[in-house]
Design a protein around this ligand. Sequence first.
Ligand code: XMP
Length: 507
Amino acid sequence: MEEVLIIDFGGQYNQLIARRVRDLHVYCEVVPYKKVDKYLEKKEPKGIIFTGGPNSVYVEDAPKIDKKIYDLGVPILGLCYGMQRMALDLGGRVERSKSREFGKTTTRFDRSCPLFEGVEDSITWMSHQDLVTDLPQGFEKVSSTDATENTAIANKEKNLYGVQFHPEVNHTEKGQDILKNFLYKICKLEGSWTMEKYAKTAIQAIRDQVGQGKVLLALSGGVDSSVCAKLLEKAIGDQLTCIFVDHGLMRKNEGDQVEAAFKDSKLHFIRVNAEDRFLKKLDGVTDPEKKRKIIGEEFIRVFEEEGRKIGSVDYLAQGTIYPDVIESGSGDAAVIKSHHNVGGLPEVVDFKGLVEPLRQLFKDEVRELGQELGLADYLVWRQPFPGPGLGIRVMGEITKEKLDILRDADAIYREEIAKAGLDKSINQYFAVLTNNRTVGVMGDYRTYDYTLALRAVKTTDFMTADWAKIPYEVLEKASSRIVGEVDHINRIVYDITSKPPATIEWE
Ligand code: XMP
């Protein structure tokens, strides 16, 4: 398999670089600079990218790399710090300039250089203070700006390239073309990474790992665990048991939809209807953190109890995905992605190991794989839903009555968003049942009922988010339908705070 090594020097865009490379259908792995030797013992990448990193190659403990990497005969592209690292390592000079070059910059390219073939002069994104002032032997300048003489350098004979800007960010207009040139023209890759191919290799890898063993998976109905289940089912069929803990805090009909998606498959599907247990534990609890803790702990207890009933289990499967692996900073240590955000693994039984078949995939690749495997659209395109479910969307005390009110209202809201064609452009949208009651009038009667809040956000990383500017007509329709169709709601408000300062969820 064609593979590119991305050496992580600690830059802020490392995941983004990997995403861009994958978008060009090339498999890549992000490896921390300290672990490159270990990686190279096992693998032979067809290309190497150095990421950006700290301010300067001269800061104390600036990340370094064994210089033998330049003699491997593998093409290298250094980005920002990566270019400075390369220049310094190979005998060039890197100096601190008086001012920092930051932001969008018009950049000129030498189109006779394979890296810039067909790339028009255009805007790039700069963020640096150090400059490469003297080029190492064998290098030439292949790009410049008004402020920076050597914006890109190349040693075509040795296939070593460096750019001072960040081709991976959207602000660099021709960034993807430049990366494409590197991968396709310089590394001579074909771009053969597809989910169809991945599914085949992953299925074989699961069979090799598991043999005749029994595998247990906690299925939440979220994208990752659902795709994981489908993939495992194709690989090992009835050796797989999935436990779906229905905590009674799911959205309208959601539990049944998850069951419907899996009940006819070869795998053993166990749905545990644990609503009563959860509601009993949550009785009278109003503090958000306490609610989360109770729900998380109870989930583990239920999962453990069911697991023990199955008897011997050899492997525990998890839907860990690549961003979790990169964020752990380790690249190879086992990342424990806890079910429903509870620390640690459930102590079901002694098991031999973990099966994590999505460890190398980004979220959109997981969705693509899900489609490839024929998973229901509903599960593939499901928006994120917190582990504690509606437990953190019912403010104050949680009761079955309040949950049912919220379920009905939320279903109408989601239906109207979908009808308006906004469901794919808004990243998360849901209703929240506040603990506030106000006076209203219905027909000739006075009402004293709940206020419902509608929330919708646009975000890519869910760490920051903008409130979505939904057309008034859509809000109006959702509002009048909810008040008309759901008892005990007489007022609707729309949440117009972004994150920060608010969070996406209300609790
Ligand atoms: P906040 O509210 O922190 O949410 O802005 C960010 C994203 O995380 C989701 N979320 C959770 N997901 N378990 C989860 O699996 C949780 O306990 C949890 N809490 C929040 C939230 O829905 C949003 O997508």
